[in-house]
Design a protein around this ligand. Structure first.
Ligand code: NDP
Length: 234
């Protein structure tokens, strides 16, 4: 069964691996981008998730091209790290708006079509940092922890309509986001990962496609860590 899938921030990194995994299993897949264009074989829609009108327009474009979104992956995210005392109001709000309010916006818009279809799978890409906290990351950690509350509330609201909402909490995955970390910090992180290595984007994609599959129909409101054991106990 081919489904209509939308992955925000699916033009690169973890989102692109997720989009490719759905496409490989025969789904019709759209990704949002902010001007970079669409990767080969995927439908690209221009959308900044901080702009509600752009979110609505992007969904309309996806609906016209491949039908109402049945699987939504809220993956778009940014970091803007600094210590608590130095963090400005603007830095805090900007990260919350992109990561958490952005995820709320796309989930709300997707839910309209899902309710009509009596079917939907929503997966939020959070982070181990949302559960364990991260020094210098109060904005990012708050945004990622907030996703758990959003997902679990949606799970309660829409559960009887055959709509699930789950969270994947990646640990340290090799992408542009982690490539930007200083070498010393990368070493410190690896020393704390029981698996002793970074994860791959494909390992995140495997968890997301599972949560969106029929086999996972009875899993909702769950937080699935894919972190090599880094966040154990949280
Ligand atoms: P990247 O920095 O490689 O990619 C981020 C993606 O989000 C890009 O596609 C970017 O679009 C998009 N994006 C950012 N802001 C917006 C916005 N306002 N509107 C629309 N799209 C936006 O990150 P990763 O692939 O590493 O991360 C993907 C997700 O996984 C993020 O939510 C991140 O927090 C989470 N994560 C990543 C981990 C890691 O180790 N890499 C660990 C835990 C969680 P554009 O190309 O236009 O900039």
């Amino acid at each position: 069964m081919s489904r209509s899938v939308l992955v925000t921030g699916g033009n690169r990194g973890i989102g692109l691996a997720i989009a490719r995994a759905f496409a490989a299993q025969g789904d019709r897949v759209a990704v949002t981008h902010r001007g970079s264009g669409a990767p080969d074989g995927l439908l690209g829609v221009e959308c900044d998730v901080t702009d509600p009108a752009a979110v609505d327009a992007a969904f309309a474009e996806v609906e016209a091209a491949q039908g109402p979104v049945e699987v939504l992956v809220a993956n778009a995210g940014i970091t803007d790290d600094t210590l608590l005392l130095r963090m400005t109001d603007e830095q805090f709000s900007r990260v919350l708006d992109a990561n958490l309010t952005g995820a709320f916006r796309v989930a709300q818009r997707a839910s309209k079509g899902m309710l009509r279809k009596r079917y939907g799978r929503i997966v939020f890409i959070s982070s181990v940092v949302g559960l364990a906290g991260g020094a210098g990351q109060v904005n990012y950690a708050a945004s990622k922890a907030g996703m758990v509350g959003v997902a679990r509330s949606i799970a309660r609201e829409l559960g009887t309509r055959n709509i699930t909402a789950n969270v994947v909490a990646p640990g340290f995955i090799t992408t542009d986001m982690t490539d930007a970390l200083p070498e010393e910090r990368r070493k410190q992180i690896l020393a704390q990962v029981p698996a002793g290595r970074y994860g791959t984007t494909e390992e995140i994609a495997a968890a997301v496609t599972f949560l969106a599959s029929d086999a996972a129909a009875y899993i909702t409101g769950a937080v699935l860590p894919v972190d090599g054991g880094l966040g154990m106990g949280h």
